[in-house]
Design a protein around this ligand. Sequence first.
Ligand code: ZN
Length: 128
Amino acid sequence: MARKFPNRLLPGWAHYAGTAIDEGGIVLLYCPRCGHIFRVSLELMVHVRGRQFLLLNKRPLCRIAKCGGRGFYVAAPRPENRLVPVLQDLPDDWIMGPRPLDFEPGPPDPPPAPEPPPRWITARRSAK
Ligand SMILES: [Zn+2]
């Protein structure tokens, strides 16, 4: 079957969990049904399934219990690079946009303002 949209954007290292670790790449799980992005542990995958565990074209179940959708892996070499679906063919509606950076937690909340020093209540002396 002729491939209509061959995914030339996908680097070869992103095909396998082991090579993704070697390259220091970032792999996340994206669910197109609910739009959520999940962290994945490549180390755990390699530990359980081996270095040759294939990420390409895998459609793991979404981690949102009520969603029931099937996601796919997305990969980027560095946090500032755009994520590319780890699929043989790019989905027709895929819009290159998000980067791993966009899903990092924001800066921590500023520390709460310090309590003002207690003001001692003093009995006012009458000025007589
Ligand atoms: Zn989902």
